[in-house]
Design a binder for this molecule. Structure first.
Ligand code: AHM
Ligand code: MG
Length: 341
């Protein structure tokens, strides 16, 4: 084959597919068995199925898509239950995980006895920010992967799920927005893929993503202002004042963590959900929301704090444990933690 036919052949592919990206990285990782690549591809399949259902969410009243029974007379689940079940069914049979944990499910989700158990643990929030569905604003899915702790090749359990974020193997999220994107990291870099809906494939669109060291926006539910501690109030007052570096910051809050942190990753700044009078440990879940984003944002050069320490250093005691979060550009997070200490 001449070099010109090769050029033509390469140009036939619109870009690097998620699958090719994963396989290229797997080949470069000494001792890689393909298990992680397999798992990521199953997660990507779940993301496509969930994304396609999210697209139809606005037709709920017309087609009965979120009612109990649709026009075909079939029982239809609510979107977050649908997303949860989709993720479980895409992953459980693959032989890559020994147990799963979901924000939607109280206890660890076992792999059914008929399927092989693998060396990984998958934790996920199937549809984060689902309150945004009815107003057609962005929502997302969040996932993280750990190595199993339970020895052998049998089922995993709670102990496998309760690991500190610093032991995470990979984390990622999918944003269902004006386009659908899958962003993931194994710690060395952060890679973003945009779905081409015409062929149903994710293509690399954001190579080696880096978060700016400082941003110009803060993202927090300021309706909680009167429930915050005086130090958190003082920090937000300062961000809005002319004394803030570069002058007063802008406020941006979508109310879906995936959307708020996707913007923060691209543009810089800080996203926070502090503890308040009502939510003494904050609102967001350590295992399904805080730790995966802390892993991704740190891998992109940013920082993630609980206000008193690194999010990734918190050892979970319960599956659905909550934690205060301050995540984003390194300088912004550093200032926040100094001011609220
Ligand atoms: P959810 O998991 O029930 O969807 O709740 C998590 C969401 C986050 O996406 C978002 O950052 C936060 O809750 C918004 O909370 P609030 O409405 O209190 O501002
Ligand atoms: Mg959530």
């Amino acid at each position: 084959m001449t070099s010109s036919t090769l050029d033509v052949r390469m140009a036939a592919l619109p870009g690097t597919t998620l699958e090719r990206h994963i396989l290229d990285r797997q080949r470069r990782a000494p001792g890689a068995t393909g298990n992680f690549s397999g798992l990521l591809q199953q997660i990507a399949l779940a993301a496509k199925i969930i994304g396609s259902r999210v697209r139809k969410a606005g037709l709920a009243g017309v087609l009965g898509l979120t009612g109990d029974v649709n026009v075909q007379g079939e029982r239809v689940q609510k979107l977050d239950v649908f997303a949860n079940n989709t993720m479980v069914s895409c992953v459980e049979a693959g032989g890559h995980v020994c147990v799963m944990g979901s924000e939607e499910v109280a206890d660890p989700i076992p792999v059914p006895p008929e399927y092989p158990k693998g060396k990984y643990v998958l934790l996920f929030d199937p549809l984060d920010g689902s309150g945004n569905i009815d107003i057609n604003a962005s929502i997302g899915s969040i996932f993280s992967v750990y190595r199993r702790l339970t020895p052998g090749q049998g089922p995993g359990g709670l102990r496998d799920c309760l690991q500190p974020g610093r032991d995470m193997v990979a984390a990622g999220y999918v944003i269902y927005g004006s386009s659908n994107m899958l962003v993931y990291s194994t710690g060395g870099g952060v890679y973003g893929f945009t779905l081409d809906p015409s062929i149903g494939e994710f293509f690399l669109s954001h190579d080696n993503m880096r978060i700016p060291t400082r941003g110009r926006t803060y993202s927090v539910n300021e309706g909680n202002y009167h429930k915050w501690s005086p130090s958190v109030q003082g920090w937000v007052d300062w961000l809005k004042s002319p004394e803030a570096p570069g002058g007063a910051y802008s406020h941006r809050y979508i109310g879906a963590m995936v959307a708020d942190l996707h913007r923060t990753l691209l543009r810089g700044g800080i996203f926070a959900y502090p503890a308040d009078e009502k939510n003494r440990s904050g609102k967001l879940r350590l295992l399904y929301e805080a730790a995966p984003f802390a892993f991704i944002i740190e891998a992109a050069g940013g920082a993630a704090s609980t206000g008193s320490g690194r999010v990734l250093d918190v050892t979970p005691e319960a599956l659905h444990q909550r934690v205060p979060v301050f995540v984003g550009s390194a300088e912004d997070v550093d200032e926040a933690t100094r001011m609220i200490a």
